[in-house]
Design a protein around this ligand. Structure first.
Ligand code: NAP
Ligand code: ZN
Ligand code: ZN
Length: 349
């Protein structure tokens, strides 16, 4: 299947039109006509090979919403016309303990990434959502609930699940004091989701201009991280911190704001190492943890939670011709709060 797409021919090259070859659908597959695809900061890290080992040509995009256009003979979950989503992974071994427990993202054999990876045959390259269609096993496809706007739902497939999963795992509940570090794509979803779980949210941001938005999104407090006094005032105040920052920064400063037995979860993925004093964790028996997206069942649970609570992403819808500009704006923390590509722009001549 030939598919028009936009991608990077090599590390750091501007994204440009290309044609990719998709595999022929198998009996358990569905084919989605892609309608919208979110632009995650991970797309930029990978297209620029910042995490190393990237595969080119690369067609990024793992926040995919589309319409089912064909269903394999052995597939039963979806029918033609259904609105469905694909996130960061398109397959896994299905047998190892994490796969059996619903943590396909931790597959011991290595998950098949939606792009910048291969299918489980370890040969066929995968290509992401900056393209017009995708072929995926139905077990790795999720349903977009009625009532969610398809464009604003696209970022839920990565930004949504990546912030929902740690909030659930660390038991976010009414009255909890939750800190969100960085108000970008992931951060703004963390604010909405934590608020929907009843938490009192504090946003930590480098951008003074984002205060009104933070409050509108559901935060009670807004702290400009340059203010040492404001950080000091929050010492021992927070139960849980979700750190979404994409660039190197001081993690220790946030640990001091945790209450005894509190946890800080890193989801932002800069390339540099983290240095914290052991005492920053020992005193107060605090936890420093990481979290990687979420499994398929939890992604569906998150989508259903969002539909129930009327939550989706705040987006700037763009045509594909604006993608390189959008990357530059993301790097300047200048996106309110997720770019989403209208894939119709890849279809028009
Ligand atoms: P984003 O929209 O660019 O948001 C990142 C935010 O971090 C910015 O909006 C900015 O917020 C803050 N920031 C940026 N540079 C900073 C600096 N030098 N110092 C302090 N704060 C800074 O990116 P995103 O799409 O939300 O992704 C965030 C990170 O999560 C990326 O590294 C991405 O690869 C990673 N990620 C991880 C997972 C996972 O499974 N763990 C999944 C998806 C993405 P303010 O303007 O408020 O300061
Ligand atoms: Zn992502
Ligand atoms: Zn597995």
């Amino acid at each position: 299947m030939h598919d028009p797409a936009w991608g990077a021919a090599a590390a750091g090259k501007a994204l440009a039109p290309m044609t990719i070859e998709r595999r022929e659908p198998k009996p358990h597959d569905v084919v989605l006509e892609i309608l919208f695809c979110g632009v995650c900061h991970s797309d930029i890290h990978q297209a620029r090979d910042e995490w190393s080992g990237a595969l080119f040509p690369m067609v990024p995009g793992h926040e995919i919403v589309g319409r089912v256009t064909s269903v394999g003979s052995a597939a039963s979950k979806y029918k033609v016309g259904d609105l469905a989503g694909v996130g960061c992974l398109v397959d896994s071994c299905r047998k190892c303990p994490p796969c059996s427990d619903g943590f396909e993202q931790h597959c011991e054999g290595g998950m098949a990434l939606t792009y910048n990876g291969t299918e489980m045959d370890r040969q066929t390259p995968t290509y992401g959502g900056y393209s017009t269609q995708i072929v995926v096993d139905e077990g790795y496809v999720v349903r977009i609930p009625a009532g969610l706007d398809p464009a604003a739902a696209a970022p839920l497939l990565c930004a949504g699940i990546t912030t929902y999963s740690p909030l659930r795992r660390w038991g976010c509940k009414p009255g909890d004091q939750v800190g969100v570090v960085g108000l970008g794509g992931l951060g703004h979803m963390a604010v909405k989701l934590a608020a929907s779980m009843g938490a009192e949210v504090t946003v930590f941001s480098t951008s003074t201009s984002k205060e009104a938005d933070a409050r509108r999104l559901g935060a009670k407090h807004f702290v400009v991280t340059k203010s040492a006094a404001a950080l000091e005032a929050l010492k021992n105040k927070l139960d849980l911190i979700i750190d979404t920052v994409s660039a190197p920064h001081d993690y220790g400063a946030y640990l001091a704001m945790l209450r005894a037995r509190g946890a800080m979860v890193i989801v932002g993925a800069p390339t540099s190492s983290i240095t914290v004093s052991p005492f920053a964790l020992i005193m107060g028996s605090k936890s420093l943890a990481g979290s990687l997206i979420g499994g398929i069942a939890e992604t569906q649970e998150m989508l259903d939670h969002c539909a129930k609570h009327g939550i989706a992403s705040d987006i700037e819808l763009i045509g594909i011709d604006k993608i390189n500009e959008a990357y530059e704006r993301v790097l300047k923390s200048d996106v309110r709060y997720r770019f989403v590509i209208d894939i119709a722009s890849l279809r028009s001549p």
